[in-house]
Each structure stands twice: as structure tokens, then as C-alpha cells.
Design a protein around this ligand. Structure first.
Ligand SMILES: CC(C)(COP(=O)(O)OP(=O)(O)OC[C@H]1O[C@@H](n2cnc3c(N)ncnc32)[C@H](O)[C@@H]1OP(=O)(O)O)[C@@H](O)C(=O)NCCC(=O)NCCS
Length: 141
């Protein structure tokens, strides 16, 4: 588990495109990478397996706004799941958030995505009864 490097771009774009095939255009992998690399780029992490020919098999974005930390777009390549890599990436992101002073991490999962809810519960997250609200700001890039 390590911070993203420029050479990881193609691998992370391909991973997100594969794991999140139904995302709207505003969440296109290349766009998300561009935007994340502009803000707290050190909180974009990848997981790789292998030695000299190591390949990126996981990625996650984190952010800290001074009040809460957030996790986004955690993805592990399907053929590498259930080997603890997702949990390791979450812990790596949490460790970085902690060094910034973050004491609480939030995340959003579609309610229908029961498997991912089960994953996050297994790594210590609780379902909190909240209404999740959002608004698109005009002038979206
Ligand atoms: C969620 C995801 C990152 C988990 O990655 P992973 O590397 O397979 O997870 P781990 O191996 O670390 O799993 C740890 C534990 O989580 C739980 N878990 C993981 N996947 C699960 C599933 N599909 N169903 C139920 N529990 C699951 C298990 O308790 C597991 O431990 P076990 O394998 O010893 O039983 C991966 O399934 C994924 O990329 N999913 C699609 C992307 C996605 O929807 N991301 C969330 C966006 S918010």
C-alpha cells in the first residue's frame, strides 16, 4: 500500500473503469484522478502485488476537511478480492488521515450495495442512521 505515483495513472483508470462501470460521466476515472491530484493528492493510495513486475490491484481516495475524514472509490480488482487487500487499503488510508488530526472517518455506500456494507462492517465501520444530502453546485467542472 503506497501513495499514487504518476506511473499508476493508466492502471488506476482501468481499475476504476472495471470496478465502477456504471458511473456517470462526471465520475469518469480520468476526471476523478485529475481532480484528486489537485487536492490532497497524498491521500490517493494504491495497493500493488508482485515483486519487480508489481501490478496495481487496488485504489482508494481519502480526504480530510479539518472536521471529518472521508473515503471514496475503494476498489480491489475482482481476481484479488477476499485476500485482505481491501482491509489493508482502508487501514493505510486511516493511518494517513490520523496523521492529519482526523478522529472520525465517514463514507457513503449505496444502500443496495450490501456486500460493501458487509466489508466495511468487517473493518469496524457502523451503519449510522443519517439522511445523506447533497447538492450539485453550478459551474461544475
Ligand atoms: C469492497 C471491496 C473493496 C473489498 O475488497 P477485498 O480485498 O475483497 O476485501 P477483504 O479481503 O479485505 O475483506 C475483508 C473482510 O470483509 C468482508 N467482505 C469482503 N467482501 C465481502 C463480500 N463480498 N460480502 C460479504 N463480506 C465481505 C469479509 O468479512 C472479509 O473477510 P473474509 O474474507 O476473511 O471473510 C471489493 O469487494 C470491491 O472492490 N468491491 C467493489 C467496489 C465497491 O463497491 N467499492 C465501494 C465503493 S464505496
Amino acid at each position: 500500500m503506497r501513495a499514487f505515483r504518476d506511473g499508476d495513472r493508466a492502471a488506476v483508470e482501468a481499475l476504476w473503469a472495471r470496478v465502477f462501470p456504471d458511473e456517470p460521466p462526471r465520475n469518469a476515472p480520468a476526471l476523478m484522478l485529475d481532480h484528486k491530484l489537485e487536492v490532497q493528492s497524498e491521500l490517493l493510495l494504491v495497493g500493488e502485488v508482485g515483486g519487480s513486475d508489481a501490478a496495481v490491484v487496488g485504489a482508494v481516495m481519502a480526504g480530510y476537511d479539518g472536521v471529518r475524514g472521508w473515503l471514496y472509490h475503494l476498489a480491489i480488482a475482482p481476481e484479488h478480492r477476499r485476500r485482505g487487500f481491501g482491509a489493508q487499503l482502508v487501514r493505510a488510508a486511516e493511518a494517513r488521515l490520523r496523521t492529519l488530526g482526523c478522529s472520525k472517518v465517514n463514507l457513503q455506500v449505496r444502500a443496495s450495495n450490501r456486500e460493501v456494507v458487509a466489508f466495511y462492517q468487517s473493518v469496524g465501520y457502523e451503519v449510522e442512521e443519517r439522511v445523506s444530502m447533497g447538492r450539485r453546485l453550478e459551474g461544475e467542472r
